[in-house]
Write a new protein. Structure first.
Length: 232
């Protein structure tokens, strides 16, 4: 399975000019680019190889002409701002119904991880159950679902953020795949790792067979860093 690398620009960059520059420098096959909403239509026109992703959904469905392939849902920034699992569940169903590919972000807080890996696994199981409620017997194309395991404490915008170790990330991702299979009969789901991925550590994550790609925030804003991550 080819690995998927997603550039999550969050609210960056500051100008359309910079966004255009960044899009051109990021336009490679196997990459998905998630610019802020205001730049979506401009970036859509510039990408020839990379796919376009949208950060979250509101009640609207993005127009087909934008050619958005992926929708990132359940990112911790939005969860922190009050988005509930029930709201995320609704959005997942809506996005799948409209044939988007969904990248559902899950991840535990520092307080939970401090309790140990079993506690983190239990938290992730519950999060998946809530976010994917009712999916199993629906007519939705569940094969269009991907997961990003993003431990909150590892995301670069958090205080004292540190990437997870590739060993632990692989273990958590293995767990996620097991839950998807045993509870939802979903096989072959791509599960990415996200949280302070840089050129220094990308290879260690991406060379793991369990880890199917990376969701990259901060390092995706610097073409040199992002290209180094892609090249491995
Ligand atoms: P980061 O962000 O790579 O800057 O840690 C990842 C994310 O929030 O998706």
């Amino acid at each position: 399975m080819p690995k998927l690398i997603v550039a999550n620009w969050k609210n960056n960059p500051k100008s359309l000019h910079e966004a255009a520059r960044l899009a051109k420098a990021t336009d490679f096959k196997g990459i998905a680019v998630a610019p802020p909403r205001i730049y979506l239509s401009s970036v859509a026109k510039l990408l020839k190889n990379a796919s376009l992703a949208r950060q979250n959904l509101e009640d609207d469905i993005p127009p087909k002409k934008l050619k958005i392939k992926y929708v990132i849902l359940g990112h911790s920034d939005y969860r922190k701002a009050g988005e509930t699992d029930a709201a995320i569940n609704k959005k997942i169903k809506l996005a799948l119904k409209h044939n988007f590919k969904v990248i559902l972000c899950v991840g535990e807080s520092k307080a939970i991880r401090r309790k140990g890996i079993p506690a983190a696994k239990r938290f992730i199981t519950t999060q998946l159950q809530k976010d994917l409620a009712g999916i199993r017997n629906s007519k939705l194309k569940i094969q269009n679902l991907a997961i990003a395991y993003e431990p909150i404490w590892a995301i670069s915008t958090e205080k004292n953020a540190k990437p997870d170790t590739p060993e632990n990330a692989a273990q958590m991702i293995k767990h996620i795949k097991k839950v998807l299979y045993t509870k939802y009969m979903i096989r072959n789901t791509k599960v990415l790792y996200g949280g302070s991925v840089t050129p220094k550590n990308a290879k260690a994550f991406l060379s793991r067979k369990e880890i199917d790609g990376a969701l990259v925030g901060r390092a995706s804003l610097k073409p040199k860093l992002f290209q180094a991550i892609i090249k491995g």
